[in-house]
Design a protein around this ligand. Structure first.
Ligand code: AKG
Length: 270
């Protein structure tokens, strides 16, 4: 799916852009079924803590699996889908790499938000507009179930971050929340937000669970030697486009490009 020049201009201006209906009903159903499978098998971990950043909470749940591609050939194939590559190259440039993938699942009532942060506080790329998250709403994401909030036009300065006491590993910042936009999304819609954009999710106050599947992509010119050597251990970081891209063969030992439609069909047959 090529993003229109207007959507690309919006991303570059405000640091985020929502694309409704990016994934169709069959693709969305496949992702829902596969994430249910991962949850059923206890592959997601509760990272919520009771304020001290250490003690796992018995009452709140922020269930995370990072990276997820080792557990799901569907999730592994998605970033190689032509429409994903078209969209991300439109936003970032011609040579892109998948940096990371992860699931955040918020059970009904006990689901806890992820505190305000900028991804570049973790990733530290030189130009925060040359890396983007693609946050996929696996279920309808609403104010009541804690959808994403973002601060527009705030990506150029990195705010001070500190450890978040409500998570066993996250950090957080304190942006001016009065400037934030709340982005409600139907299942299958996506939100692209660059590495500099402050964002957070809220608690899930509804009875039903809500999940987000997040991929992070960056431009080759934001990487260095360590990114593809020592830092890549435990996370394959496939090159998706450019002269060194092999359709996933180099990183996974199998050609992943071209498998998305088959993976979707297979997940929907289960
Ligand atoms: O879904 C969430 O709770 C947080 C997602 C997030 O922070 C991200 O994708 O960078």
């Amino acid at each position: 799916m090529k993003l229109t020049p207007e959507l690309i201009a919006t991303f570059r201006r405000q640091g985020y852009v929502a694309v409704p209906g990016f994934f169709n009903a069959a693709e969305t159903a496949a992702l829902q079924a596969d994430i249910s499978r991962l949850k059923r098998n206890n592959f997601l971990r509760n990272v919520a803590t009771d304020g001290d950043g250490k003690t796992t909470s018995g009452s709140k749940q922020n269930l995370q699996l990072c990276p997820a591609n080792f557990y799901s050939t569907l999730i592994r194939s998605l970033p190689f889908a032509p429409k994903v590559i078209d969209a991300v190259t439109g936003l970032l440039g011609e040579e892109i790499t998948l940096h990371l993938d992860q699931i955040f699942l918020k059970p009904g009532k006990t689901g806890m938000g992820t505190a305000w942060h900028q991804d570049n506080a973790y990733f530290k790329i030189p130009q925060p507009l040359r890396g983007t998250a693609m946050w996929i709403a696996i279920h309808d994401a609403t104010i009541a179930n804690g959808t994403m909030r973002v601060v527009p036009n705030a990506y150029n300065s990195l705010l001070p971050h500190e450890r978040d006491g409500n998570s066993d590993h996250h950090i957080r910042c304190f942006p001016d929340e009065s400037k934030a936009d709340t982005v409600e999304l139907k299942a299958g819609s996506v939100l692209f937000f660059c590495y500099g954009t402050p964002h957070c999710t809220g608690d899930n106050t509804t009875d039903t669970e809500r999940a987000g599947l997040a991929y992070h992509f960056l431009c080759e010119d934001q990487t260095n030697e360590q990114f593809y050597t020592t830092e890549r251990i435990g996370n394959p970081r496939p090159r998706l486009t450019g002269p060194k891209a092999t359709g996933g063969f180099e990183e996974y030992g199998a050609t992943i490009a071209g498998t998305w439609d088959g993976e979707v069909a297979r997940a929907n047959r289960q």
